[in-house]
Unconditional design. Structure first.
Length: 456
């Protein structure tokens, strides 16, 4: 038996469940893309864990108390203190969310033709790199691409691949090395402290800035505490400080482990780079002490960071995700193993082996799940990460997953049991599911607004 939730519920929101006929109509009108559904038409929403957390009474009370000021508000100084305490960084830039952090940083660092190595780029990091004329390069360890491989740190970067890549392309063409913790694209898999340290050493050797994509840093710290020798007696905050001590900077979407609905940060050690990013952010985000956010959001981030780095909270968080994963494994549902820290990734290739990747099996599975049960998940496969060649033919993604991202402090175990039961029922009639044909998608981040229709 796992430990109980370290909180109690003080407010609830009634949920509406449409009939299957109504859901079929809604998804057809949405072009078989769950991003285009109205949230009120969704029963259980596992589209993302970003910006969907339930805030604590402490966060809400601090939001009410804080002063709204264009410059120098008390909320900024509270956040400044927390960033120093949690991350150990004296310099940071406030932005409205993670992709804005990427936009500001890459606008300053990248030039046409540059390369950005990462363990695995997530969708917005990949798009922002390309938007600035750069080339995103994934250098994860080989087992990251095997959904059935059992390894403690499948999110790691392959250090030898990184060294070979730098030698091949030249350090002057690589303005930054990124490491995503946890590795979202690879199934929310963690990165070890040893790997963070070794990547940092390579970056220092070649005089290349090393940045962490730190959206789920505390979940990564918990995996280190559980799985890496020498860290079992350290706290989440102690491990966090050590992780960030190896980095020259970080990008951070506070919509995850800031436990808020909006906000982000860029942490930067170098004074000159900090000035350049801060000056650009004034133009496109806002004055440095509010960064495009209301001051109440800053104080919510400050409080949320403290809550998310408590050991008892991270234990609850992991146990909830693991509960859903175990429920699916008991029914022989193919998922990425071992389970990551924020979501369960269903392997659509094994779930729907009769649908080729060119007909978007993960997208088909996602739409069928909504039609059958009112659950909204998200496709992370060929629609999100595939490419098209010069003739317009689809180049499939290396992995074909449906992600069940669990919002923080939102759903009960009983609701997750409903999710598991719904996927089981879908699995029993999986041969009836047909693929999809994509009729529209823009070049960058096309999966957000893509449209589909049933394939012939």
């Amino acid at each position: 038996m796992s430990d109980p939730e370290p909180f109690k519920i003080k407010m609830v929101k009634p949920l509406k469940r449409l009939s299957k006929e109504e859901r079929e109509e809604r998804i057809r009108e949405a072009g078989y893309n769950v991003f285009k559904l109205r949230s009120e038409d969704v029963f259980i929403d596992l589209l993302t864990d970003s910006g969907t957390s339930a805030m604590s009474d402490q966060q809400v009370s601090e939001m009410v108390k804080t002063e709204q000021a264009y410059a120098g508000g008390d909320s900024y100084h509270a956040l400044d203190k927390t960033v120093k305490e949690i991350f150990g960084f004296d310099r940071f830039v406030i932005v409205h969310q993670g992709r804005a952090a990427e936009n500001v940083l890459f606008s300053v660092l990248l030039e046409e033709g540059d390369y950005v190595p990462n363990n695995m780029h997530f969708d917005t990091t990949k798009a922002n790199t390309k938007h600035k004329g750069g080339e995103p390069v994934d250098l994860a360890v080989d087992e990251a691409y095997d959904p059935e491989a059992i390894a403690d740190f499948k999110g790691n970067m392959d250090v030898k691949k990184l060294e070979r890549f730098i030698e091949e392309k030249g350090p002057k063409n690589i303005p930054v090395i990124m490491l995503t913790i946890t590795n979202n694209t690879g199934g929310g898999q963690p990165v070890s402290m040893e790997n963070i340290r070794k990547v940092s050493e390579v970056a220092e050797q070649y005089d290349i800035p090393f940045f962490l994509d730190a959206c789920r840093f505390a979940e990564n710290a918990r995996f280190i505490k559980e799985r890496e020798k020498g860290y079992e007696d350290k706290s989440i905050r102690e491990i966090t400080r050590e992780m960030f001590s190896h980095a020259d900077g970080f990008t951070f979407s506070a919509k995850k482990e800031g436990l808020v609905n909006i906000g982000g940060l860029i942490g930067i050690k170098d004074e000159e780079l900090h000035k350049r990013c801060k000056n650009l952010s004034i133009i496109i985000e806002g004055f440095p002490t509010y960064g495009g956010l209301a001051c109440r959001e800053l104080t919510a981030i400050s409080t949320g960071l403290k809550e998310a780095t408590k050991d008892e909270y991270q234990t609850y968080r992991y146990e909830q995700v693991k509960h859903l994963a175990d429920s699916l494994l008991e029914e022989d549902i193919p998922i990425i193993e071992p389970v990551g820290g924020h979501a369960v990734f269903v392997d659509a290739e094994r779930f729907l082996p009769h649908i080729p990747q060119t007909k978007f099996p993960a997208q088909a599975l996602t739409t069928e799940l909504y039609k059958e049960s009112g659950i909204r998940a998200v496709e992370l496969g060929t629609s999100a990460f595939g490419e098209t060649d010069e003739e317009g033919d689809i180049i499939p993604a290396e992995m074909e997953n449906m992600r069940l991202a669990i919002p923080r402090r939102v759903y009960t175990l009983n609701q997750l049991e409903y999710v598991a039961g719904s996927i089981k029922e879908l699995h029993e009639k999986r041969e009836d599911i047909q693929g999809l044909k994509r009729t529209y998608a823009p070049e960058l981040l096309g999966h957000f607004t893509a449209e589909f229709e049933p394939s012939d």
